[in-house]
Design a protein around this ligand. Sequence first.
Ligand SMILES: *Cc1c(COP(=O)(O)O)cnc(C)c1O
Length: 229
Amino acid sequence: MTTIARKLQDVRARIATACQLAGRGVEDVTLLAVSKTFGAADVRQAAEAGQRAFGENYVQEGVEKIAALADLRAALAWHCIGPLQSNKTRLVAEHFDWVHTVDRLKIAERLSAQRPEGLASLNVCIQVNIDGGASKSGVAPAEALALARAVAALPRLRLRGLMTIPEPAPDFGAARAVHASARALFEQLNAAGLGLDTLSMGMSADLEAAVAAGSTMVRVGSAIFGARG
Ligand SMILES: *Cc1c(COP(=O)(O)O)cnc(C)c1O
């Protein structure tokens, strides 16, 4: 078994344990393998070990990897999880399956307009700055509902949920509390009729706290692929 296959198994076991402790089904939580900075050969190894969803932060790097793994394209889902500038929306709309980092209507409008007709709707999460970090992207929680409604109305997008990247927390309880505030916002939007099914939160260091708080998709990089250089 390769190192990547073994680490994937460890991460799946962590998710399963966290689900069990939270009284949740393991099928409630999707593992997104964050392959940024790692090569196509590493992604292929993970795919051969059964991993299907991959996350990339840098659009150009992601597009190159998608091309290098074109033979696996139908089996894999590619998620753009990095900050998105206007001049990169076309590449994302043409090549990716998901975008987690929509925090402005203008970006969503471009993605919708640029999504090719022959492809399924682009799956979108709205990034929320859940802990008010000053230097961060993401819409303020109070603005999430209005943006979600506007994004949900765009024709070539399918609004799936919310995504957060909280600051590292000092301990499990603090991490879970921040993630729980994201879960509460997610439920508030669903109570308003938005029909969201995805709450993208939790990374290598805090996936247990995120699952405990109700994450449905954890984005895990270093615990699968190793430390980034
Ligand atoms: C890099 C990255 C991750 C994965 O982080 P790890 O700590 O390596 O698991 C998850 N989400 C986003 C948005 C990232 O940029």
